[in-house]
Design a protein around this ligand. Sequence first.
Ligand code: ADP
Ligand code: ASP
Ligand code: MG
Length: 498
Amino acid sequence: MIVMKFGGTSVESGDAIARLAGIVNSYLAQQPVVVVSAMGKTTNQLLEFARHARLGDIYLSSKCLDELQDHHFEVAGQVAKGDALHRLETSLRRSFRDLRVILFEVADEGREVTSALLDEIASFGERMSSEIVATALESSGVTSVLLDARDMILTDSHHTQASPLYWESYARLRRVIPYLSDGRVVVMGGFIGATEDGVTTTLGRGGSDLTASIVGAGISADEIQIWTDVDGMLTCDPRVLQGGYRLQSLSYEEAAALAASGAKVLHPDTVTPAIRQRIPLVIRNSRRPEVEGTRITAAAPRCSNPVKAIACKPDLTVLEIRPKDERSPEELAMALGEMCERYGTPAEFLCQNNGTIFLAVKGSALYQNLPIEVDGCVEVRLHPRSAILTLVGEGIGGSPETAMRASVALKGIPVTILSNSRSKLTMSLLVPSAEMRRSVEMMHREFFQQIDPAVFAECQEPGFQSRQPLSTFTEPGETAARTGTARRFRPLTIVNQN
Ligand code: ADP
Ligand code: ASP
Ligand code: MG
């Protein structure tokens, strides 16, 4: 058996779902289980709808719902006919009626928008897309069966960011799916789950990849395919810099490091369930199924390039923290990580570098929510408007050579090298946000001038530009805001704040 996960763009329209049906059809011999995301940007729209309702704005909230409903009905009409369409429309109508009830309860009756309610609202996206896809598969002649993910994926009750209860979920999946999939394609929504009491939860944004991987591990699949809108894992984020190469292969550790460092094509936890049984994960382009994609396995082939890819996180505030007492940096790093969790301000980056801790949080206002409540004294320096680039590759190997090449290549850009003593696979660079694109381009030029053809492939996606000269990536008016240099630091000492 295999798992095939299709992301938002791969189910966004009637045409996209027709392509999905064609792809699934070509894998029937491998007994696919299909996991789908909500259509297009549905999750964003549902959460917007909740936001407007909370503000009491019935007009905007119901406008959001009307647009969403029209789109779902339009796609349903494109993928199904006759009785199947009638049944699908009846069910979609029921979902939108339920959403409207929530809208009135929130906007008119003051129902509180708790994180549990947000999960309930967001879950409609995957519940509806999975129904549409199951019906579309049937209409294209593929026998399919719809499974409610909430009956399979058990989680804790940490709403909007729930952690799966892996073993309980595996046990259910193992019991149910082989039985259901006898001659049928099982279709289920990603991203959603439920607590043991049956309350709907979600696994965090982008969580459908994680669902696919849990399902894969639960049924001991031969392969987990992640179908998306790019050719695979590329050497850089195509939204930041076009013209990157496609990686043909990666190790689990490299893929996990890239995902955690900002490569959105994979949810950061996707790799974990696959590792134990060594199930290959393959990233494929649903618009170009002829491309082989990126294969992620336990051992990546040897590669003559030390760096495999560059991931980046923009718009960060980075706190540079030095312990002033005898508390070990490791202890302090752990305390800070736990504190971020507690205050719901996820640490986007946390590393310990020669006794100094670098902690990054998203945006600029958030860090103020982060009271430094570690006892003892710490000295904090602030790097606002920063970005972190992370170079990933088994060849980095903690050697100073990569750091040296990076700092020479980034001449003229204020950069702090954050080589994480705990990771031999990664090296991170702190640069001003305004210099992020230029830095990625410079790093790309430095580390991918010559590529190992056994690992990298040209990416010929239509619309992809070839590698551009540097000047193309320097935005007009962008200056090197030297926010990361000591001169611009805002030194602040926080002593026993609580
Ligand atoms: P899906 O809806 O299929 O889950 P996502 O939008 O979550 O798709 O992930 C795919 C996107 O990830 C791509 O369109 C691309 O913009 C982004 N991305 C970021 N870094 C990379 C990378 N290194 N390689 C490929 N895609 C990347
Ligand atoms: N629909 C969810 C989101 O937009 C989950 C996913 O797409 O993976 O975050
Ligand atoms: Mg995704």
